[in-house]
Design a protein around this ligand. Structure first.
Ligand code: PLP
Length: 376
């Protein structure tokens, strides 16, 4: 029996998630474990219920964090909103859109699929043409398709779903906390996300929000939700004033989530979203990723599905979205390209980055707040 302790290596996480975690979130993760009905812990859950809705852009009463990763939130939305025979319009433009389709299949829903070429957003004209063949109970779409990096514009989808009286189910796994999400304005009825990307926590929780209309639809179901664990009506009894035991909620993860949400609001949503717009371009090469990991301990993501081996996904989300990570990344990428015979103009690259970051780098107080400087 091997009794050696296994320590996690220190990485600079710049892939599509998980991302680096702020030191304050690490501190929160070291909080003593407490019981799921401890009044102090229930206050933590209440505070999450207050701080999460503005990040989703909603006033939905049901806005909390499910146990499990983003996939658990996805499954919860599908299992609660769909019954056998219900019609769903799945808009798929990448790997995760296809996961939504697979889940709808398992609920025995009747699926109409709009498949867009990977790398393109969903075409609203195709959505309208499909909606005309409705009615559909649900229209599902991925807001930020992580596999391609495409952000789906929501205005047309929102207008069409309203016009055709269809509930919108939105995957915000890669966008929540990094870019504006307007659940109420867009008329989104159910949205889910994860803790380990722009929110800035370790994986293990899935923020979720359900509109009153979605909750009514769940209450009107003919059959019980097929998954007991993901039944939103049962979860509501624990999250809400009744406080009925549902599962052993992880105080460790929820303390971390609360800290991450505090960091988000201290920084301010607008400032945070502006910071996430600073992202370097990806170049295609799996060998280069190995080089970055082995030489610079830097973990970036490769492509999925038909984009496998063709693209890199360089994530600058949450705590990883910092000036020093960009500054570290540019020379590392330049070196990794040089090893493979690609020449880059590193000086110009750094110059461009520095002039972009100029104001930010001079603002020592702002950098300190973001934790910049702790990594280098
Ligand atoms: N949806 C999208 C857009 C994602 O990027 C991911 C994961 O990266 C998921 C769903 C699944 O989330 P998780 O891996 O946290 O279960």
């Amino acid at each position: 029996m091997n009794l050696d302790r296994q320590e996690a290596p220190l990485r600079r996480l710049m892939g599509p998630g998980p991302l680096d975690v702020h030191p304050r979130v690490y501190q929160a993760l070291a909080s003593p474990v407490i019981g799921y009905l401890d009044p102090v812990y229930l206050r933590v859950l209440d505070r999450i219920g207050e701080l999460l809705p503005p990040v989703f852009g909603t006033q939905n009463r049901i806005t909390h964090a499910m146990p499990g990763t983003g996939t658990s939130g996805m499954e919860a939305c599908m299992a609660n909103l769909l019954e056998p025979g219900d019609r769903i319009l799945v808009c798929s433009h990448g790997y995760f859109g296809d996961r939504v389709r697979q889940m709808a299949e398992r609920q025995d829903a009747e699926i109409t699929l709009i498949e867009e070429e990977w790398g393109n957003p969903i075409d609203p004209e195709r959505v309208e043409a499909a909606l005309k063949q409705g009615p559909f109970k649900v229209l599902a779409v991925v807001h930020a398709e992580t596999s391609t990096g495409v952000l789906q514009p929501m205005d047309d989808i929102s207008r069409l779903a309203k016009a055709y009286d269809t509930m919108i189910l939105l995957d915000t796994v890669s966008s929540l906390g990094g870019i504006y999400i307007k659940v109420d304005e867009w008329g989104v009825d159910a949205a889910f996300s994860c803790s380990q990307k722009c929110i800035g926590c370790p994986p293990g929780l899935s923020p979720i929000t359900f509109s009153d209309r979605a909750m009514e639809a769940v209450k009107r179901r003919k059959h019980a939700v097929r998954s007991w664990y993901l039944d939103i009506l049962l979860l509501e009894k624990y999250w809400g004033p009744e406080r009925v035991y549902h599962h052993t909620s992880s105080s460790t993860l929820n303390y971390a989530l609360l800290e991450a949400l505090l960091l988000i609001h201290e920084e301010g949503l607008e400032t945070r979203y502006a910071r996430h717009l600073v992202a370097p371009d990806g170049v295609d090469d799996a060998k280069l990723r190995r080089y970055l990991l082995e030489t610079f301990k830097m973990d970036i993501g490769g492509g999925f599905g038909i984009l496998k081996g063709k693209v890199w996904r360089i994530g600058l989300m949450g705590y990883s979205s910092s000036a020093d990570n960009v500054l570290f990344f540019i020379p590392a990428l330049s070196r990794a390209l040089a090893v493979q015979g690609f020449k880059t103009d590193l000086a110009s690259g750094l110059d461009a980055v520095l002039s972009e970051l100029d104001g930010e780098l001079n603002d020592v107080e702002a950098l300190r707040k973001k934790g910049v400087g702790t990594a280098l």
